[in-house]
Write a new protein. Structure first.
Length: 172
């Protein structure tokens, strides 16, 4: 094993530059806005032109941060990906929004069931999300209502017992 004390001056300098560069890279990555506030990751992929010598291969991809002034080079094409954003009625992006889907069967004797969300599926508060449900039945007389009871649970009510209900919830 090579010890720090056995390195010559050039070796110590090289090691110090490498450690400093790594720390700078970590600090820069922590401050980056990737993904952006809308949940989008911006990138560029290399599409070769007539000028060679870049060291890149067709399709090589790199992630950029437009908030820091980064953009694609002339021989690159933009490529953005991420979650589909959730918008308010005014058209502004709702940051931190997510969607939860699933199904549950209501029980006897009241035609209700409680759904508990865990981990990243939980919302920030009882009022930060809305749910809707659809009965998985051919009986057109079944009605469904969903009532949030906490940030991580809601109750599904139907007017019949033992009904399977599909639900979708969206919010922060």
């Amino acid at each position: 094993m090579l010890r720090f004390g056995s390195l010559n001056v050039k070796g110590r300098l090289l090691l110090a530059i490498a450690v400093g560069g790594a720390l700078f890279g970590v600090a820069t990555a922590v401050q980056a806005s990737i993904p952006d506030s809308a949940g989008v990751i911006h990138g560029c992929y290399y599409q070769p032109g007539k000028i060679g010598g870049t060291g890149l291969r067709p399709g090589d991809l790199r992630v950029i941060d437009p908030a820091k002034g980064q953009s694609c080079a002339t021989d690159e094409r933009p490529l953005d990906w991420g979650q589909t954003p959730v918008y308010s009625t005014s058209g502004s992006v709702q940051t931190g929004a997510h969607v939860v889907t699933g199904s549950v069967t209501t029980n006897s004797p009241f035609g209700q069931a409680t759904v508990t969300l865990s981990g990243a599926a939980a919302f920030t508060s009882t009022t930060s999300y809305e749910c809707t449900g659809t009965p998985n039945t051919s009986n057109s007389g079944v009605t469904v209502s969903i009532h949030p009871t906490a940030n991580n649970s809601f109750t599904v009510h139907t007017n019949f017992v033992s009904q399977q209900v599909g639900f979708i919830c969206i919010g922060n």
